[in-house]
Ligand binder design. Structure first.
Ligand code: NDP
Length: 451
């Protein structure tokens, strides 16, 4: 165990979770990080211990796994596994993305679902936590195969979701196209037009800025951290890992705020452009052509492509925005970033940094935004999409963006305030975990226990 749990009660909770969830390293990592931060809360709030709040929170309310059968273009029958983890609904309907990636398994679903509870709580909106997806690999599939898979996936998922029950969104491998196919299938089966998914197209109930929201939010969060030190993105050199939904809009916003983004990546390798990445070229390659980041170097003079995505952290920068996937930045890479002058890290992907990497950053006292706080802009704007659907109204891009900025500021301020109140001022990992936890804990306590 990399976590230091001095408190006997929390150490026991961790050991019990480990026993009940063998071979689930990602889930244990997410639980360990939260428990480590809750030590001062446990000391101050024996009532939460007595009511078993923490033991209850580490067990999902419900976990559904299902078979997804579909037929590929050659007529072969293909089988994948689908998941929906409904983790905690104490403060609102379950809410969280769907991930389509071959690495998806129970551990990854549970880590994401668990983190989502805290993140959603921090947004200040009434949303519980959930996550779902499949081990389906969208890479190399035709448009028709993607559509058939999405339809088959929703044929089962639709029984478990609803606008007041559980509202999924996108994540890795699930963007506007997939949400559209799943929404269509939901309507075919249920004969109702409700805001049951977020990240919908603008023509059928989507919100302006939702596509950009996670990436923009990562930058707004970083800007809040920097502003407290009298700094900003202006003139900074930035490295953004990934080149998907979160990465593209984080890069775009960082540039708009005056920074120069010099590198981006995909799972094969990374590009370096000393003149500043042209985000529109990345968008053309990744969003329109669904190609590889390597092609950027063929199109932009002076840009260099290097095979192997992890090398991206060797590029000197002031600000690092990891926006690809979990555990994409380890302790050695964290040390390297520091050595090269990095002063700010704002996580775009969920649990971007290993526990050891976070320790390196916290020890160095650089500005570190944990994903629960820094990438909450996506789900927050999903929450705004739900509000607009319920109101039967659409807000302007400016209105949504203003609300998003306000929410990111609140997430920063609430996390900072909790870090101060509980004795480690400026440690936003601790602050975000505690602030997110307390709201859910109060709700669970108020709602009692069903005997
Ligand atoms: P996308 O599928 O749009 O993009 C994912 C990007 O990450 C791609 O460039 C992909 O490269 C790269 N990637 C995936 N797996 C790996 C890996 N093992 N190593 C290196 N690179 C990898 O996903 P999103 O941008 O939506 O999601 C990125 C992260 O942000 C995830 O952690 C997600 O949970 C998190 N997030 C997303 C939100 C959203 O609104 N979309 C909200 C909050 C968090 P390749 O094309 O080669 O696979």
């Amino acid at each position: 165990m990399v976590f230091v749990l001095k408190n006997e009660y929390l150490a026991k909770v961790y050991a019990d979770v480990e026993k009940r969830n063998p071979n689930e390293p990602e889930f244990m990592q997410a639980v360990g990080e939260v428990l480590e931060c809750l030590e001062p809360v446990v000391a101050k709030r024996p009532d939460l211990v007595k009511t078993g709040i923490i033991e209850r929170m580490v067990e999902p309310e419900r976990m559904i796994t299902f078979r997804v059968t579909w037929v590929d273009d050659k007529g072969n029958v293909r089988i994948n596994r689908g998941y929906r983890v409904q983790f905690n609904s104490a403060i609102g309907p379950y809410k969280g993305g769907l991930r389509f990636h071959p690495s998806v398994n129970a551990s990854i679903m549970k880590f994401l679902g668990f983190e989502q509870c805290f993140k959603n709580s921090l947004t200040t909106l009434p949303m519980g936590g959930g996550k779902g997806g499949s081990d389906f690999d969208p890479k190399g599939k035709s448009e028709a195969e993607i559509m058939r898979f999405c339809q088959s996936f929703m044929t089962e998922l639709q029984r478990h979701i609803g606008q007041f029950t559980d509202v999924p969104a996108g994540d890795i491998g699930v963007g506007g196209r997939e949400i559209g196919y799943m929404y269509g299938q939901y309507m075919r089966i249920r004969n109702e037009f409700t805001g049951v998914l977020t990240g919908k197209g603008l023509a059928y109930g989507g919100s302006l800025i939702r596509t950009q929201a996670t990436g923009y939010g990562v930058c707004y969060f970083a800007e809040n951290m920097m502003a407290a030190k009298g700094e900003s993105f202006m003139g900074k050199t930035v490295v953004v890992s990934g080149s998907g939904n979160v990465a593209i809009y984080a890069a775009e916003k960082a540039q708009t705020m005056g920074a120069k983004v010099v590198a981006m990546s995909d799972s094969d390798g990374y590009i370096y452009d000393k003149d500043g990445i042209q985000v529109s070229v990345v968008q053309q390659i990744k969003e329109v052509e669904r190609g590889r980041i390597k092609e950027y170097a063929d199109r932009v003079k002076g840009a260099v492509y290097t095979q192997g995505c992890r090398g991206i952290w060797s590029i000197p920068c002031d600000v690092a925005l990891p926006c690809a996937t979990q555990n994409e930045l380890n302790a050695e890479e964290a040390e390297l970033l520091l050595k090269n002058g990095c002063k700010v890290v704002s996580e775009g992907s969920n649990m971007s940094c290993t526990a050891e990497a976070i320790t390196v950053f916290l020890k160095a006292k650089i500005l570190f935004g944990p994903s629960k706080a820094s990438n909450g802009g996506g789900v927050a704007t999903s929450g705004l999409e739900m509000s607009q659907n319920s109101l039967r109204l659409s807000w302007s891009a400016e209105e949504v963006d203003e609300k998003l900025k306000g929410i990111m500021k609140s997430i920063y301020e609430n996390s900072y305030a909790a870090s101060k109140e509980f004795g480690d001022e400026g440690n936003l990992v601790m602050g975000a975990n505690i602030a997110g936890f307390l709201k859910i804990a109060e709700a669970m306590k108020a709602q009692g226990i069903a005997y």
